[in-house]
Design a protein around this ligand. Structure first.
Ligand code: GLC
Length: 749
């Protein structure tokens, strides 16, 4: 068909679509939203050929950024031919507009593309990596950062983010722990809700919101031995109690899409799992969004060994409930034949396409395919002052003070001289961490710059790199020792490279890489006071550092404003309040280690025949929920307003928390429970609530939590979701180890 005729047909078809849309719109009753949406979808579906439908089920990368093993040559021809409905890894108001024009102006029906990207912890303004941001335990803040990310991304032509990543992560060897909210189900579920609310806002049709994606469904973080993409095998009980809740929380918050996980679970690859995507996600949870595979995950059903060829892989994925094939081109290539052969049905294809078109309508793309490609908004919003201020605040809140012997910190801004040593001291690249998407590290403010902006003009800063992040080159040690010797105090910025965590970045060892620990040893020999500032994407084995260095700050990869934030903490302009969202082990040999372990039948004791190691304690170096402050907090005993709880009432749990130091500080008061005896074994602690409070010096605040039946529920021996009568302990404290406790009985009426 000649281009002129095709375009005129395209206009006619588009007019028919708009006619349907406007007709249904003018008859719209507020309660008819769903009916109207279905009418719009029906109108488009009725015009589509099967090839055009399958095109909507296909997602290709633009090659603008590469986030997986393959790139797609000729994706623009695919767009023009209507063979693709979604593009990812493309951003920029003008660039995305140019691709959208190909779809809207040059295809037969002009169905707009949806543009997706990994806007995980910021778009251009980069916030701390998710593991670090979760250390703030501030859900409002985490919702705000997702909101800002959506504002910036949607100003650059994006409609859809592949976030939040809500995989429970308990293995420090696994690189993607950096991208997670840590080890705890309750905390990750809170983060899941905050992120979906932040990204999606209250109106997906607004030009500053994104459809968000709950990923990776499911249990990707339980990869055997912490090796990325490795086998996952667990009981249905563990799956449902530990790994599923954050995803259910996302559905309850209205998340628009889900992404499949690469791993198998108990022999079934997630991308081929009807149990996950049909029985649980759509059957039990009534999810009405669309499911996208992860990068070529449909193709990977072949090496998994459940599909003999790509046609079979495509049939398995569609049958499981996967609506869109990311980058694999399997749906595009095989669905027509599979349909012809009766292996898949037209209904299966139609349902997948409807789910996708619903979100294109919800985004307003049929009304105005270009509303998200506004260069004026892009110029006004990206990396603006307000966003950078939020990035600095979030970085501050994410920093965890792990050690501060003799109150070495905070430093005096008028200090005479300061040695700044380490490969991360004057480094921009690593600051924005992994999955920093459109983030540009040249926008990041280094620690060196941050310190220079805080200290007095009379302070001499002596810098030396000292060593690489990950090499055996010791040639920089002497210069480092020299600058230390001529300075009053030493700040060492050490850790990992950003690419040593994230996807396909598992480590078998979790100590400081290269010769960085030897560098510390050499600098300590000068006798100077050393402060260790860590930048890393996972829990590290800091056992030696904890024994030898007087002050340690965990700053993760703190984002665009890392330098100012860390400097503010170092010099006391901000009091650290972060709490670990993940356990820091004494050794990689303890991994996986997490606070909510089971007691076992032989809990550790002096007796030889109990559950322990010969060479190290069972306890971690730093427990879940741990973090120090420049002030100190005292907790009263735990007070309960009753000693028995029934299904119809709630239990008030109160403590008085006092700031016993001489500076203002924030404290995350944490509440845990333990079900002492049940029809199945229960964890020794489970986080059930927390409150972040600010206290002036000497101030006392009564903090009260309310526990109800719902907080105690679990899967009993018959997998019923219930509460059994019996004794419960409740713990309140400053982390999962240092707590006060009380007991109550749950009684059935
Ligand atoms: C990657 C990741 C996934 C990401 C996708 C697109 O392989 O596993 O989290 O969203 O590809 O970049």
């Amino acid at each position: 068909m000649e281009k002129k005729n095709r375009i005129s047909l395209n206009i006619i078809c588009a007019a028919i679509i708009m006619l349907f849309v406007s007709a249904s719109a003018c008859t719209q009753q507020p309660s008819d939203d769903d009916a109207q949406l279905e009418a719009k979808v029906d109108s488009v579906m009725s015009l589509m050929t099967m090839e055009e439908k399958i095109g909507q089920m296909t997602l290709y990368t633009s090659g603008f950024d590469q986030t997986g093993p393959t790139v797609r040559e000729g994706y623009k021809e695919d767009i023009r031919a209507g063979r693709v409905g979604a593009i990812f890894n493309a951003y920029g108001a003008e660039f995305n507009r140019s691709l959208q024009e190909m779809a809207v102006e040059e295809t037969r029906l002009g169905i707009p593309l949806i543009f997706g990207y990994d806007v995980v912890h910021g778009h251009k303004t980069i916030f701390p990596i998710p593991l670090g941001e979760t250390a703030s335990w501030d859900m409002d803040l985490m919702q705000q950062t997702a909101r800002v990310a959506a504002v910036e991304a949607s100003a650059q032509g994006l409609h859809w983010t592949f976030a939040p990543m809500i995989d429970i992560s308990r293995d420090a060897r696994w690189g993607r722990i950096a991208e997670s909210a840590g080890e705890d189900t309750y905390l990750t579920s809170k983060v899941s809700r905050a992120k979906v609310r932040g990204f999606q806002g209250t109106d997906l049709g607004a030009n500053n919101t994104l459809v968000s994606t709950a990923k990776h469904f499911v249990a990707y973080g339980a990869a055997k031995a912490g090796r990325d993409y490795h086998t996952v095998d667990m009981s249905d009980r563990t799956l449902r109690e530990v790994y599923l809740p954050p995803f259910k929380a996302a559905v309850e918050e209205g998340v628009g899409s889900f992404m499949t996980a690469f791993n198998e679970i108990g022999g079934v690859p997630a991308t081929a799992s009807e149990y996950l995507f049909t029985d649980i996600l759509r059957g039990e949870w009534d999810f009405d969004g669309f499911v996208v595979s992860d990068y070529t995950a449909v193709n990977e059903l072949i090496p998994h060994g459940v599909a003999a060829d790509s046609a079979e892989a495509g049939a398995l994925a569609l049958k499981a409930g996967v609506d869109m094939d990311m980058q694999g081109a399997i749906y595009h290539k095989h669905l027509p034949d599979l349909l012809e052969e009766g292996v898949v049905s037209e209904d299966q294809i139609n349902e997948a396409v409807r789910r996708i078109l619903r979100y294109k309508f919800k985004l307003g793309l049929f009304e105005d395919p270009y509303r998200y490609s506004d260069t004026e908004r892009e110029d006004e919003l990206v990396l603006n002052e307000e966003h950078l201020d939020l990035a600095e605040e979030t970085a501050q809140e994410s920093i965890v003070l792990l050690k501060n012997n003799d109150n070495v910190l905070p430093l005096d801004e008028n200090i005479g001289s300061l040695a700044l040593i380490g490969p991360l001291a004057d480094n921009q690249r690593e600051l924005i961490g992994s999955w920093s998407a459109a983030g540009d590290y040249t926008d990041a403010v280094t620690l060196r710059k941050g310190i220079e902006n805080v200290v007095s003009s009379g302070t001499e800063i002596n810098y030396a790199k000292g060593a690489d992040i990950n090499s055996d080159d010791r040639s920089g040690f002497s210069e480092a020792v020299q600058v230390a010797n001529r300075s009053d105090v030493v700040v060492m910025a050490l850790g990992e490279a950003a690419n040593m965590s994230g996807e396909a970045a598992s480590r078998s060892e979790i100590d400081l890489p290269g010769v960085q620990q030897d560098l510390i040893r050499e600098v300590l020999k000068t006798g100077k006071t050393v402060i260790l500032v860590l930048m890393n994407g996972r829990p590290l084995d800091l056992t030696w550092e904890d024994e030898n260095v007087p002050a340690i700050l965990e700053t993760w990869f703190a984002g665009t404003q890392a330098g100012p934030a860390i400097a503010d903490i170092l010099f006391g302009d901000d009091n650290p309040s972060g709490k670990l969202p993940v356990t820091f082990p004494r050794s990689v040999g303890q991994v996986p280690i997490h606070y909510d372990m089971k007691n076992t039948g032989r809990p550790m004791s002096e007796n030889k025949y109990t559950s322990k190691y010969l060479d190290i304690p069972n306890s971690p170096l730093y427990p879940f929920g741990y973090g120090l402050s420049y002030t100190s907090f005292e907790y009263s005993d735990v007070n309960l307003d009753k000693t028995e709880l029934t299904a119809s009432d709630s239990l008030a749990v109160s403590v008085d928390v006092t700031n016993t130091g001489d500076v203002e500080g924030e404290e995350v008061v944490q509440l845990y429970i333990r079900d002492m005896t049940a029809s199945v074994t229960r964890p020794v602690k489970e986080l059930k609530d927390f409150k972040k409070i600010a206290l002036a010096p000497g101030e006392t605040s009564e903090v009260t939590f309310y526990l109800s039946h719902e907080d105690l529920e679990f899967y009993d021996i018959d997998m019923n979701w219930t509460v059994e009568p019996g004794e419960f302990k409740v713990f309140v404290g400053t982390n999962s180890r240092d707590v006060n406790d009380a007991s109550f009985e749950y009684v059935t009426q």
